[in-house]
Design a protein around this ligand. Structure first.
Ligand SMILES: *[C@@H]1O[C@H](CO)[C@@H](O)[C@H](O)[C@H]1NC(C)=O
Ligand SMILES: *[C@@H]1O[C@H](CO)[C@@H](O)[C@H](O)[C@H]1NC(C)=O
Ligand SMILES: *[C@@H]1O[C@H](CO)[C@@H](O)[C@H](O)[C@H]1NC(C)=O
Ligand SMILES: *[C@@H]1O[C@H](CO)[C@@H](O)[C@H](O)[C@H]1NC(C)=O
Ligand SMILES: *[C@@H]1O[C@H](CO)[C@@H](O)[C@H](O)[C@H]1NC(C)=O
Ligand SMILES: *[C@@H]1O[C@H](CO)[C@@H](O)[C@H](O)[C@H]1NC(C)=O
Ligand SMILES: *[C@@H]1O[C@H](CO)[C@@H](O)[C@H](O)[C@H]1NC(C)=O
Ligand SMILES: *[C@@H]1O[C@H](CO)[C@@H](O)[C@H](O)[C@H]1NC(C)=O
Ligand SMILES: *[C@@H]1O[C@H](CO)[C@@H](O)[C@H](O)[C@H]1NC(C)=O
Ligand SMILES: *[C@@H]1O[C@H](CO)[C@@H](O)[C@H](O)[C@H]1NC(C)=O
Ligand SMILES: *[C@@H]1O[C@H](CO)[C@@H](O)[C@H](O)[C@H]1NC(C)=O
Ligand SMILES: *[C@@H]1O[C@H](CO)[C@@H](O)[C@H](O)[C@H]1NC(C)=O
Length: 814
């Protein structure tokens, strides 16, 4: 600083004065500095000018003009001896050698006011000097100037009037002080210097309250201060107590103070020159007393935490609660909440009161215990079906546990124990959710892990097995809860899974006929697994179809023997059915063996024969059918007519189903047969007097034969032979013949004259005629005796013999 700073400041002043240019005569002209007695002006060079004349003429007051002349090389000059605070018309004229005015310029400008004088200068504060001076007329304001005696400090301060104060000075320092008056035109010359010294600064106090009953004051030492005076003021309710100490030390301790109380500390320094410097007043509070009567309460719930209570202490701004868990809270009230509260903790809290001086000693610790933590690890087991168990690890600070078990249909159960397991009944096919809570006096733990356990599904109930076709079983059952799919197997099919499906129905197809199947429906869920303990349900399939091996007609044509395979278990019944073709006629027979008799079949009919097997379960499919034709019917009537002694005409009625017949007449002597398509037949070679059995065989077109028997037939008795007439004594004639068997004959004897009667004794082979004419031609007819029914009592078979008899002893009829 110093002189350089001063010069710069002057230069700034030179150019800061307002410049007014006189345009008309091409000379620019301006006032560059004004004082109380002078004005400095500047003009522009005028070509051809050899000198310049500057004239100042008072404008509003009487008085003579003042001028000054300058050579032609000059462009700056001042006019002196002016009156302060007076308006002058300033003019510059450019002149040639001869004194002719070549050009000019003019302007009005006032001089500065008069120079004031200082009466007194003193220091109220260590950083300022107050100056009292005489005010001067025409001054609008003043400038106070402070300079260091050696000139290395310079400060100007504008002030309105007397007294004025220069601020921002250094403490305990000498200054030369002067004052200048100011108006619109400029400033006056500075007044005469006056010397002054600033006081010492107040000590720079630093205050702390190291304990609840003390205040420590420290400050840096000042070389200009000989003694420090420190005052402590205790503000009482009625009076203020003041304690004052003198010291040369840089510190002072006040003790036995009230905790949490504000004290006023004043300090000032006594300078080496014997004057007191600035005084400083500072407020300081002591540290608050320790809070007492601490209480805690653990709150459960979402916004839960540890609520800590205490009593307000004097002079505290805020209270800080610290827990040994590392958590804290603070409040300016009598309570605050430490949250979140962690489970399973055994800790203590202390409360510290704090004010601007610092914290109090912490209160005595208050213990608290939080609600327990839930068990770390929980699990569900099912040691035996239907009997489940929740287990958990032991947890600290727990009085007892409660396990809640909720079934997925909403049924709830719980178990209260100090143990670490809990049994519960679990039914098949349900999902169970379980949570374990732990309890102590502080409350409930948060819920433990949510366990999810699903039991194996139950076995299906209401299983029905139906045989939907011979080899297909349909199994249906009522749906089972919790089942994702069912597996249907049968023991007999090597446990092949027939159905794996979500729907409660399954068809087991392509099974063996007459098989006993043990069907098992296994319900499965993905989580619980499959219930493999479900029992099997047995069901039989229909019996297998028999195969007809043969159908044979027995001797008695109305019975048919059917042979078939019996591919089923012994208990199977086989039913054979013959259904008439073209007639409504059905015959059945049943058997449990491999054959069966169809009886009472009518002759001459055609049937389709099928067989099926049946058991308690059902029926097999029918076998392939086999055609059956029964033998043709026997003709209902058959007559044998003897045409001649050796020939018969056999006639019979039409027989159903017969197309050809073989008729036989059989006797011990032989038999006669005839084969015909007609219903009659002539048969020869009949022996007279023989009993024949008559039979007929009727044949169908396919060769089926029916044997028909009829009444026996007896051929007519043989005719007699060898009729002879013998003359007997007494004119009698014996008629004699040969008979082939015991036979009674009739004899007609006709003579030429008269007819005779000869009656043989029964079964005899002669008869006698008496009284025969001597000469007569006798014609004898020998008849077989007639069988019942013949009209004449004779048969055709007769012998005729004619003989002329000449009797010796002829008697003459008179
Ligand atoms: C300050 O005043 C003293 C005494 O009047 C004088 O000797 C000194 O030169 C002054 N200093 C300045 C910078 O004017
Ligand atoms: C105590 O001092 C304070 C501040 O200095 C003042 O306001 C108060 O009136 C004084 N009290 C008494 C009783 O003097
Ligand atoms: C402190 O010193 C000052 C100046 O010497 C004196 O006036 C005052 O009485 C002293 N105070 C005490 C309490 O000694
Ligand atoms: C103040 O602090 C001291 C220990 O520095 C302690 O013994 C005393 O009890 C405290 N006073 C109060 C009121 O807290
Ligand atoms: C309170 O706890 C928080 C978090 O642990 C910590 O940042 C803070 O410094 C503590 N405050 C106090 C006063 O101990
Ligand atoms: C569980 O047991 C504890 C102590 O044995 C008892 O206090 C509590 O009331 C019980 N809880 C229930 C729900 O029974
Ligand atoms: C339990 O498990 C079952 C099967 O995974 C699931 O459907 C159900 O949503 C689970 N329940 C809960 C509460 O987790
Ligand atoms: C299978 O189901 C039965 C009856 O539904 C049930 O009693 C049994 O407990 C189940 N098996 C298992 C392993 O749960
Ligand atoms: C045969 O059937 C009867 C009744 O239907 C039954 O009691 C018996 O046990 C069965 N025998 C066999 C070997 O199947
Ligand atoms: C077969 O049937 C006969 C008679 O119908 C009966 O006596 C016999 O017990 C049956 N046999 C069986 C094995 O059922
Ligand atoms: C045999 O009897 C039948 C029926 O009466 C008849 O039609 C037929 O002509 C007779 N045959 C002879 C040779 O007498
Ligand atoms: C004898 O009988 C035959 C037949 O009956 C008859 O024609 C005839 O006239 C009879 N003769 C005499 C003589 O009566």
């Amino acid at each position: 600083m110093g002189s350089i700073y001063l010069k710069v400041l002057k230069l700034v002043l030179l150019f800061s004065v307002s410049e007014i240019f006189a345009i008309p005569n091409d000379i620019s002209f301006s006032v560059i500095q004004v004082t109380s007695k002078s004005m400095s002006v500047r003009w522009s060079h005028y070509s051809g000018a050899s000198s310049y004349k500057v004239t100042a003429t008072p404008v509003n007051s009487l008085g003579s003009s003042v001028f000054a002349q300058f050579s032609g090389n000059t462009v700056m000059g001042s006019v002196n001896s002016l009156f302060p605070n007076t308006v002058y018309n300033m003019q510059v004229e450019a002149m040639d050698n001869l004194g002719h005015v070549l050009g000019s310029a003019a302007l009005d400008m006032s001089t500065a006011p008069p120079v004031p004088t200082i009466n007194q200068a003193y220091s109220k504060q260590s950083d300022s000097m107050t100056v009292e001076f005489n005010e001067v007329p025409g001054a609008s304001s003043y400038i106070l100037r402070a300079e260091s005696p050696v000139g290395d400090f310079f400060l100007e301060t504008p002030v309105a009037g007397s007294p004025g104060t220069v601020q921002q000075l250094s403490p305990y320092t000498d200054y030369n002080l002067s004052v200048m008056s100011v108006n619109s035109a400029g400033r006056s010359q500075p007044s005469l210097d006056v010397q002054g010294k600033t006081g010492v600064a107040s000590p720079r106090l630093m205050l702390t309250s190291p304990t609840n009953d003390s205040i420590l004051v420290t400050w840096p030492l000042d070389q200009h201060i000989a003694l420090y005076t420190i005052t402590l003021i205790t503000q009482g309710s009625n009076s203020n107590t003041t304690l004052t100490f003198n010291t040369t030390d840089p510190f002072m301790t006040f003790s036995n103070l009230e905790p949490g109380t504000t004290y006023c500390i004043k300090a000032k320094g006594l300078a080496l020159d014997g004057l007191y410097g600035d005084e400083i007043s500072v407020w300081q509070i002591t540290r608050p007393p320790s809070p007492v009567d601490i209480q805690v309460s653990v709150n459960q719930g979402r916004s839960g935490g540890l609520t800590v209570y205490w009593q307000l202490v004097h002079g505290a701004d805020v209270y800080i609660v610290r827990a040994t868990s590392g958590q804290n809270c603070s409040a300016s009230e009598t309570t605050c909440i430490i949250s979140p509260l962690l489970c399973g903790q055994n800790h203590s809290v202390t409360v510290t009161a704090v004010n601007s001086a610092g914290p109090s000693n912490p209160s005595g610790p208050e213990n608290f215990m939080t609600f327990p933590c839930p068990p770390d690890h929980t699990w569900i087991e099912e040691p035996a079906a239907g009997s489940c168990m929740v287990g958990w690890t032991e947890t600290a600070l727990v009085d007892y546990y409660t396990a809640f078990i909720k079934r997925d249909d909403g049924v709830e159960d719980f178990c209260n124990t100090t143990d670490t397991i809990c049994h519960f009944q679990c039914l098949c096919g349900y999902a169970y959710l379980s949570t374990v809570f732990a309890y102590n006096e502080a409350g409930t733990s948060p819920p433990g892990e949510l366990l999810n356990y699903t039991t194996i599904p139950c076995c299906p109930e209401a299983i029905t097995i139906a045989l939907v076709s011979t080899e297909t079983l349909e199994i249906t059952w009522s749906p089972v809860r919790g089942v994702e799919f069912y597996e249907t197997t049968a023991v007999e099919t090597a446990d092949v899974v027939h159905c794996k499906d979500t729907s409660p129905v399954c068809a087991l197809s392509d099974l063996r006929c007459n098989g006993l199947y043990q069907v098992v429906v296994t319900p499965c869920s993905e989580i619980g697994g499959c219930n493999h303990t479900c029992k099997a349900f047995t069901h039989e399939t229909d019996p297998c179809s028999p195969t007809i091996l043969s159908v044979t007609q027995n001797n008695s044509s109305s019975n048919v023997s059917v042979l078939y395979t019996a591919p089923n278990t012994p208990n199977t019944t086989y039913t054979i059915t013959a259904v008439g073709v073209g007639i409504t006629d059905t015959h059945t027979c049943q058997s449990n063996s491999t054959s069966c008799q169809l009886t009472h079949l009518p002759c001459g009919a055609t049937y389709d024969v099928t067989a099926y097997a049946s058991t308690a379960v059902g029926q097999s499919l029918p076998s392939f059918s086999v055609p059956l034709e029964t033998g043709p019917c026997c003709p209902t009537s058959l007559t044998v007519n003897q045409v001649t002694q050796a020939m018969t005409n056999v006639t019979w009625s039409n027989a159903l189903g017969a197309s050809t017949y073989v008729t036989s007449l059989t006797s011990s002597l032989g038999h006669a047969r005839c084969h015909t398509m007609d219903t009659h037949c002539l048969m020869g070679c009949i022996t007279c007097g023989t009993n024949y059995s008559v039979s007929l065989e009727a044949f169908s077109r396919t060769g089926h034969m029916s044997e028909c028997s009829y009444h026996g037939f007896s051929s007519s008795s043989c005719c007699p032979s060898n009729v002879k007439l013998y003359r007997m004594a007494n004119s009698s004639v014996r008629i004699f013949w040969r008979s082939t068997g015991p036979q009674t004959h009739t004899v007609d004897v006709m003579g030429t004259v008269s007819n005779y009667t000869c009656v043989p004794a029964p079964l005899s082979s002669f008869c006698d005629l008496a009284d025969i004419m001597c000469e007569d031609l006798l014609r004898v007819l020998l008849w077989k005796r007639c069988r019942t029914g013949c009209l004449s009592g004779k048969e055709k078979c007769y012998l005729e013999a004619t003989q002329l008899l000449s009797m010796s002893a002829c008697q003459q009829k008179s």
